[in-house]
Design a protein around this ligand. Structure first.
Ligand code: ZN
Length: 620
């Protein structure tokens, strides 16, 4: 996961690490937060400076077109404000994440939140003013002062919105109404994460309240009857709220549809993709390829059934690990493997990565009250990236470290090569660097594995990752395209109808009709549980990213001439160009079928390897 600069703070419901503290949790495995601010006084001083800058920025309002000199001075000021607020925000949220119950972190996070919203108001005039200047005037200023060139792309990104922008009165109306725009997702959030009365089940003699975190934990229990019980209880509870979740979701679908119409887009999907100028063909190609290659997913389910010794595979059998492993990886083991895995990216990359892993970029170990999960924050531009982990000494922890440091190196390279204003990159490219490194890690681990059990662990984990990151996200994307299209056409949508649509897609992807994996109708309520659907047309980028990441990694591993340089060039380009074109020019066209076919080829190759090991086991 890559943390986005400001949004992450307000939008994330903090989940707390449930893992115990470790003796090895020393300064060597903590991040060097003092590199951002030496102490509280330094934070306070910089916050005061940001506030003053925001107040002073008022001088730019209505003057951007006055002269090239004025334009440049205001753009530079704008970039400096953004950079400072990101830095303050990072320090605050990281302090909060280290110990989510400490008052100091809570207070800093609130202050940073206020500052971020003040910044939004104080700089809100910039985009409309640039738009009003128009492309000819903006070009003329870029010509007049070459040092403005660093703003060319961000300015183009504003100017290209002209056909989707209303007159002053229209924009004011939209801004006023947008205050009500978050109703659906706010209601969804309150109901799904606070008010839902969770069912209770007894697992292994202990009564468990099956909230979302407990569901994630217990759906993978080895006892088959146990996980069926978890599924039935959990989805049974969601099903009771089908009507309410349906009404909420329909409100959001309508809002997206209205937004698209008002902004003069043909439909919701086009409007969403245009945020990062991603061509429609990418989205459609992804779904077409996922559908065409379902036999590969079905092959995986058949293999899974065989490995688990199950004849009639059901939906509640997909989370139990393929291979049980007691193998331990200390943080040191993970650091060494992450470095060794990245070798195909060359000495310079490896040297920077090694330094990062050993100089305060990460907070590695779980602790009571520390934020759970893992993320990378690359928005402290002048310092270095920061990585939060909850290293639990298993293989998943190792591959998470490798994934997050893929993000970290992306930010490191972009921050070192780009001016601040074009360093940050969007989600469309963000997950590529992390998945590329995961592919390298797998190849490295397979090469050093001591026996077939170890190899099976790595291969099984990679296979499951391909299911969850490619097929599952493509399935979500397929569902989103369908429901949005129906509402765009003026159709209505009830909870029951959403369940029907989702169940159809779920069955198709899992091979229900072919007898591969049976889906019980009750589980078709799963759509209501996916919070990402309230961030419309977002998840497809996980699937396209793993596709591109796999393609890049395979080319580099094959030693294709120039592949590594092009790939590193793409990382260094950060957000200086539109992401689809950037990836395409580095050699992977996500609107074409080839990279998807390569990903499917890799999934089949992994299954060939697993089957070969299993065949050896049977005969040997
Ligand atoms: Zn990630």
């Amino acid at each position: 996961m890559k943390q986005t600069s400001i949004a992450g703070l307000a939008a994330t419901v903090l989940a707390i690490s449930a893992l115990p503290a470790r003796a090895a949790d020393t300064d060597a495995y903590r991040w060097d937060k003092a590199a951002i601010y030496a102490d509280q006084a330094a934070f306070d001083a910089d916050e005061a400076k940001a506030k003053k800058q925001l107040a002073d920025f008022e001088r730019c309002k209505g003057t951007l077109g006055q002269s090239t000199q004025q334009f440049k001075s205001c753009m530079d000021e704008y970039a400096d404000i953004l950079k400072r607020v990101y830095r303050l925000n990072s320090y605050a949220s990281q302090t909060n994440d280290e110990d989510t119950s400490a008052n100091v972190g809570i207070e800093l996070a609130q202050r940073a939140g206020v500052l971020a919203s003040d910044m939004e108001s104080a700089t809100a005039f910039v985009n409309p003013e640039v738009l009003a200047l128009g492309p000819a005037r903006v070009d003329a200023m870029l010509e007049a002062d070459k040092s403005l060139a660093i703003y060319r792309h961000p300015l183009d990104d504003i100017v290209r919105m002209a056909p989707h922008t209303l007159d002053k009165e229209g924009e004011e109306l939209i801004a006023t109404y947008s205050l009500t725009g978050d109703a659906a997702s706010n209601i969804y959030g309150a109901l799904s994460s606070a008010d839902m009365p969770w069912p209770k089940v007894t697992i292994g003699g202990t009564e468990v309240s099956l909230d979302q975190a407990a569901y994630t934990k217990y759906r993978a229990v080895p006892d088959r009857a146990g996980r069926k019980q978890v599924f039935d209880a959990f989805w049974g509870k969601w099903k009771e709220y089908e009507r309410t979740f349906g009404a909420t979701f329909y409100e959001m679908l309508k809002r997206d549809s209205v937004d698209a119409k008002v902004r003069k887009y043909p439909d919701s999907l086009s409007a969403a993709l245009d945020r990062n100028k991603v061509p429609r063909e990418v989205y459609d190609q992804l779904i077409e390829q996922a559908r065409a290659n379902l036999p590969t997913l079905h092959r995986y389910f058949k293999l899974r059934a065989e490995m688990l010794g199950i004849k009639d595979l059901r939906y509640y059998d997909i989370y139990v690990p393929l291979v049980e492993s007691k193998q331990k990886f200390s943080v040191e083991d993970s650091i060494e493997a992450t470095i060794a895995g990245a070798a195909p990216l060359g000495e310079e990359y490896v040297a920077a990565l090694s330094k990062g892993l050993r100089s305060g970029w990460m907070d590695a170990y779980p602790r009571p009250r520390k934020r759970s999960g893992a993320y990378m924050n690359g928005s402290v531009y002048d310092v270095h990236p920061f990585v939060l982990l909850n290293h639990n000494d298993d293989y998943e922890s190792l591959s998470t470290m490798s994934h997050e440091f893929g993000h970290a190196m992306h930010s490191y390279l972009a921050n070192s090569s780009q001016p601040f204003i074009t360093a940050d990159y969007p989600i469309f490219t963000a997950e590529i660097a992390s998945t590329t490194n995961e592919v390298f890690l797998l190849e490295h681990m397979l090469a050093v594995a001591k026996d077939d059990d170890e190899r099976l662990l790595y291969l099984g984990s990679a296979l499951e990752n391909l299911r969850a990151t490619f097929f599952r996200q493509a399935m979500f994307a397929d569902f989103e395209r369908e429901v949005h299209a129906q509402v765009d056409k003026g159709g209505s949508m009830t909870g029951e109808a959403l369940t029907r649509l989702y169940t159809d897609i779920l069955k198709r992807y899992h091979g229900d009709a072919e007898g591969v994996l049976k889906i019980d109708d009750l589980y078709g309520i799963e759509w209501a549980y996916i919070p990402h659907f309230y961030n419309h047309f977002y998840v497809f980028q996980y699937a396209t990213s793993i596709t591109a990441g796999t393609a890049f990694a395979e080319r580099i591993l094959k030693g294709e001439p120039g592949a590594r340089e092009k790939y590193l060039g793409m990382l260094k380009a950060g957000g200086s160009r539109y992401p689809y074109e950037l990836v395409k020019d580095a050699g992977v066209d996500l609107a074409s079928p080839e990279p998807y076919r390569a990903l499917i080829g890799r999934m089949n190759k992994i299954m060939d390897q697993i089957e070969a090991i299993r065949a050896k086991g049977k005969t040997g």
